[in-house]
Write a protein that binds this ligand. Structure first.
Ligand code: DSN
Length: 414
């Protein structure tokens, strides 16, 4: 980045500092990852210079001879990787992609039913502070008070009572698998569309370690930067008969020109995801999450739903008498990055909830395995037990820095 350094030393310095931070810390935010150098190169390419409103072969700008080929190639890769009939690879990110799906298939005021945010759902699934709750009638299902699992019978009863026009399955903080078949049966019974938001688990689906929604859902939406390990972006996959409505809602409904540099980088990530190495990566993400969960359970931590069968863990810190925010901030000072998170039926407020959320996609990309998860579990325990002791936190920070340097991060150099 020589030119950047010359032109804008201030931005250059901050990027380099972030780079060192990413190398020297243990990143446990389940929605974050490390992209490859190839993905970074595509993201930083001359495609950032282009405008290409429309779709391949139907653009509002001339000069699309290469852009059309790129977008077609990326959409074909998406269809082939997920076995979908149609792919729209233009959405800027997950929330606008979900809005596009709702605009495409729902009339204003129709029922939109998703998992409640405090129970692991996403803002854009109709939560009150999201614009999705203004245009459509929000309906929320929850997890069981004791099990922390989705109660499919309760979902069915709620759907029968409320008659939503769309049911959304998917989450940001649900550590268990989704039964897409059952969701599709419920949706069919009440005449609703089923949207599977697989943003968190797309890479696990590709790796075959999570059930696949494509045979069951009318529409599948995923961001591309989480377990899928691509750039910040999103895709919508659907059956052929919904393609025109979805495409129209993305452009010109909601968006202008697609971000072609991102589209190309998504294509690179999809190519990488089609390899046997990626399948192995997905398996290891889950094995690592289970190993970290086991270590935490052995150390007396309470986990939402008692553990995990995907890439993430939600820890209820109530029995440790530490609030989530305080724990997450102390962990960050120790070089372990996670986020505070609500737990189901949390008596505390979302900005200062009772839990923290952990995930293994990024550390697995660095080649860490079960052995390293046990070490990370031990540091989590030490820091949370000594949350007010800066000497202990400082000691752990030194150990974490030393440890992290031993695991090269894809796309970064130590
Ligand atoms: N903000 C993302 C997450 O962290 O789960 C979801 O959009």
């Amino acid at each position: 980045m020589d030119e950047l350094q010359r032109t804008d030393p201030e931005v250059y310095r901050l990027i380099k500092q972030e780079e060192s931070y990413q190398i020297e810390s243990v990143r446990l935010i389940p929605s974050e990852n490390y992209v490859s150098k190839a993905v970074l190169e595509a993201t930083g390419s001359v495609l950032a210079n282009k405008y290409s409103e429309g779709y391949a072969g139907r653009r509002y700008y001339e000069g699309q001879r290469y852009i059309d080929q790129i977008e077609t190639l990326v959409a074909d890769r998406a269809k082939s990787l997920f076995g979908a009939e149609h792919a729209n690879v233009q959405p800027y990110s997950g929330s606008p992609a979900n809005l596009a799906v709702y605009f495409a298939l729902l009339k204003p005021g129709e029922g939109l039913m998703g998992l409640a945010l405090p129970h692991g759902g996403h803002l854009s699934h109709g939560w009150s502070v999201s614009i999705s709750s203004n245009f459509w009638r929000p309906i929320h299902y929850t997890v069981g008070r004791e099990s922390h699992l989705i109660d499919y019978e309760a979902v069915r009863q709620l759907a029968r009572a409320e008659r939503p026009k769309m049911i959304v399955t998917g989450a940001t903080a649900y550590p268990r698998q989704f039964d897409f078949k059952l969701f599709s049966e419920i949706a069919r019974e009440v005449g609703a569309y089923l949207l599977a938001d697989i943003s968190h688990i797309a890479g696990l689906i590709v790796a075959g370690v999570h059930p696949d929604p494509v045979p069951y859902a009318d529409v599948v939406m995923t961001t591309t930067h989480k377990t899928l390990r691509g750039p910040r972006g999103a895709m919508i996959l659907c059956r052929k008969e919904l393609a025109a409505q979805i495409d129209k809602a993305v452009f010109p409904g909601l968006q202008g020109g697609p971000h072609n540099h991102t589209t190309a980088a998504i294509g690179v990530a999809l190519k990488e995801a089609a390899t046997p190495e990626f399948k192995e990566y997905g398996r290891q993400v889950v094995n690592n999450a289970k190993a970290l969960a086991d270590e935490l359970l052995a150390r007396g931590f309470q986990l939402v739903s008692g553990g995990t069968d995907n890439h993430l863990i939600v820890v209820d810190l109530t029995n440790k008498a530490v609030i989530g925010k305080k724990a997450a901030q102390a962990l960050d000072r120790a070089g372990i990055v996670c986020n505070h998170n609500t737990i189901p039926y949390d008596p505390r407020k979302p900005f200062s909830p009772s839990g923290i959320r952990l995930g293994t996609p990024a550390v697995t990309s660095r080649g860490m395995k079960e052995h390293e998860m046990r070490q990370i579990g031990a540091w989590l325990d030490t820091v949370i037990t000594h949350v007010n002791d800066e000497t202990v936190i400082g000691r752990v920070a030194g150990e974490v820095r030393e440890f992290s340097r031993q695991f090269p991060a894809p796309g970064l150099v130590a």
